[in-house]
Design a protein around this ligand. Structure first.
Ligand SMILES: Cc1ncc(COP(=O)(O)O)c(C=O)c1O
Length: 328
């Protein structure tokens, strides 16, 4: 199959399109999205006390199916984020997976989708702590195509540092922490870049604004360790698994800023960006200045796997409309 057929359809809606129709899991029921509303007093809205996930579902036209990618893994991370914020949910990983399938099924989408689970401090109260407010969970989905370009990103090193583990832990997907992402992305885009890389407080590469970072040196794939203020990405783990298919060793270690300038290849990966080659950093070409050949092989392997077209990785894919749910 040609790589073009594996990529998200170009006519897929842009990620910024608002969702006003469809359904949501809200207050223990599946309701029309338009009815899933909260008060302006909501703790999470006022203080950023919520955590979330982003899960892609890939439409496979031949199989008439949407495959939710690494569904259980996302909810396992979700429950780790909720534990950090002392959010107690009644729903188990298995139930959240099943509810997600049900929401997308009710939506009836026949396109690539993005699922947003959100666990939040729901009480309307003025008190900044974690144990006082009541907790709630919601799940909704929307159509989504490419989130950012996958044909070569021009990035800058952000002057905003990545939030550190002792301020707001990046390893939990906390809504309030995404101010860090928004500040960095805003400045990078205003300066004409597609995205940025963010440094830890001690000056090592942490990750992209909303994606994990990899560079290729010879036959080695290098990525920052989980202790360098990253969100430990589900896509990062998938890429590390695919690395063996393209005969790459994987090393997790701290990365100096100038190593990126001198890398053979580099790319970002994440649920939103998928596998996105980096071609330029601060006006310096990475490698040849075009998407690297090994990165493109990884990208192709990724798209094949996530659309359910590689039997070796079929266990990554949970069908929405048919088959049995994959419970791990
Ligand atoms: C800050 C940040 N880092 C990394 C990632 C990649 O994580 P995942 O592959 O689990 O989507 C994301 C989310 O997409 C993110 O927001």
């Amino acid at each position: 199959m040609a790589i073009e057929a594996l990529r998200p359809p170009e006519d897929a809606p842009p990620p910024t399109k608002a969702v006003y129709d469809g359904f949501a899991y809200f207050q223990g029921k599946i309701v029309p999205f338009a009815e899933a509303n909260v008060s302006i007093g909501t703790h999470a809205l006022n203080y950023g006390t919520a955590c979330f996930e982003g899960i892609r579902g890939y439409w496979n036209a031949e199989q008439n199916e949407i495959y939710l990618l690494k569904l259980a893994e996302h909810y396992q991370r979700f429950l780790k984020s909720t534990a950090l914020l002392k959010i107690k949910l009644d729903e188990s990983v298995e139930q959240l997976c099943e509810l997600t399938r049900e929401v997308v099924r009710r939506d009836g989408y026949h396109t690539d989708v993005y699922v947003r689970p959100l666990a939040y401090k729901a009480s309307a109260m003025i008190k900044v702590d974690l144990h006082s407010p009541e907790d709630a969970v919601a799940i909704f989905a929307m159509p989504m195509g490419a989130y950012s370009r996958i044909d070569g990103l021009r990035v800058t090193i952000s002057s905003w540092r990545r939030v550190s583990d002792n301020s707001i832990p990046a390893r939990a997907k906390i809504t309030g922490a995404y101010i860090n992402t928004a500040l960095a992305t805003e400045d990078a885009n205003a300066a004409g870049y597609d995205d940025c890389l963010m440094l830890t407080e001690d000056g090592h590469i942490a990750e992209g604004s909303a994606a994990n970072f990899f560079m290729i040196q010879g036959r080695t794939l290098v990525t920052p360790p989980v202790t360098d203020d990253i969100l430990v990405g589900i896509t990062r783990a998938a890429v590390m698994q695919l690395a063996a298919d393209v005969e790459l060793d994987v090393v997790e270690r701290s990365i100096d800023r100038t190593e990126v300038y001198q890398a053979d290849e580099a790319f970002l990966c994440g649920t939103g960006v998928q596998v996105a080659p980096i071609v330029e950093v601060d006006g310096r070409a990475v490698g040849s200045g075009r998407p690297g050949t090994t990165t493109l092989r990884l990208q192709e392997a990724y798209f094949r796997a996530v659309r359910g077209n590689d039997p070796r990785y079929r266990q990554w894919c949970t069908p929405v409309y048919g088959g049995m749910p994959r419970i791990t």
